[in-house]
Design a protein around this ligand. Structure first.
Ligand code: AMP
Ligand code: MG
Length: 335
């Protein structure tokens, strides 16, 4: 049985249920784009082999053609459709898959025929992830093939952690279906590890931590990427609000508040006094809760008309705080 497809000229958001997931799978088969929730951030999906859908995806995001997409799979067994790992890489894939899949870990492997080169920026490698979110998994199962999906935001903007964020970025898109599965639990993009490199290389920190990868793999290279290194999405300025944003310690934050007359937004974990006309967003002191809230807060203050966003440095550099610091540094760099 096929679900009837309503005529749609613009963006539609539907609550995640069995019917909307079947409809979304049908849309993907028809070469259209579907935004869907994952536990990290919302993804903007297309079939991995549909050239015209992939071209529309890059155009809609305004994403440079050399910035590769992640292939999402329903099960670890589907990796072979999009990637051709060597025996050494297959061993690491199996070990990491057992520990972290389904979940927020992306692995880079040699590209297979089931991932169009136009979705990998022409590279002969492919990034693969098996997400944990039940709606993402249901959509992948209903579609029956891997889905290529970057984050569902305009290129360079803050990643979306709710359907409302996706709608805000793509209000004027034509023929986009957004499946609303509520807020993303993790809130920062997946960890990306390159298994083609020897030793394996951390390309992007996420909620799967370097120490967890070391425990699984023995040795990994965590040298920070240069601006346009092996992973284009790791360029210094990324995940950024449009309002100028500064990362400051508590003393620097207090000083900036005393000096600035124009209204600023303060994003802080400490309980400091924020005099008018400035505004304050209070952040959780727990890293998981902070990460889950970060992008919603940055989006909210970004569209509130402040002259600047003053962000307090996180209280720690350990564990998930190191990933949060990475995103805050990208959000506040002007390079
Ligand atoms: P997004 O889902 O928007 O965070 O984008 C996916 C990110 O995954 C890219 O920006 C890259 O950083 C990384 N990535 C995807 N494919 C590859 C690949 N073949 N090699 C290295 N990094 C990749
Ligand atoms: Mg992105």
């Amino acid at each position: 049985m096929t679900t009837p497809v309503p005529p749609v000229a613009s963006v539609n958001s539907l609550p995640a249920d069995d019917q909307s997931i079947l409809l979304a799978a049908q849309w993907l088969r028809q070469g259209r784009l579907v935004a869907f929730p994952t536990e990290t951030v919302y993804g903007l999906g297309a079939s991995c082999t549909d050239e015209s859908a992939l071209a529309r995806l890059y155009a809609l995001k305004g994403r440079p053609g050399d910035n590769p997409l992640i292939a999402h799979v329903a099960t670890p067994g589907e990796v072979g459709l999009v990637a051709c790992p060597t025996p050494r890489q297959a061993g690491m894939l199996a070990d990491l898959g057992r520990r972290f899949w389904p979940g927020p870990l992306t692995m880079v492997l040699p590209r297979g025929p089931g991932m169009s080169p136009s979705a990998t920026g022409g590279r002969d490698t492919v990034a693969v992830r098996c997400p944990a979110h039940p709606v993402a998994r249901a959509l992948l199962t209903a579609f029956g093939a891997p889905i290529a999906a970057p984050s569902a935001n305009r290129s360079g903007h803050i990643s979306p952690t709710s359907a409302a964020h996706v709608l805000a970025d793509f209000a004027n898109a034509s023929e986009l279906l957004v499946i609303d599965g509520g807020p993303s639990r993790v809130g920062v993009e997946s960890t990306v590890v390159d298994l083609v490199a020897d030793p394996p290389r951390l390309l992007r920190p996420g909620s799967v931590l370097p120490e967890q990868l070391v425990e699984a793999l023995g040795e990994i290279d965590t040298t920070p990427m240069s601006a346009q290194g092996a992973s284009p999405g790791t360029a210094a300025r990324h995940y950024s609000p449009r309002t100028p944003a500064l990362l400051l310690d508590l003393a620097g934050l207090r000083q900036a508040l005393a000096e600035r007359r124009e209204p600023c937004a303060v994003v802080a974990t400490s309980d400091l006094d924020v005099p008018r006309p400035h505004g304050r967003m209070s952040m959780p002191k727990d890293a998981e809760a902070y990460a889950a809230r970060l992008y919603a807060v940055l989006r909210e203050v970004d569209q509130a008309g402040f002259s600047a966003i003053l962000i307090e440095r996180p209280p720690s550099r350990v564990g998930l705080w190191s990933t949060i610091l990475d995103r805050l540094e990208r959000a506040t760099t002007t390079a």
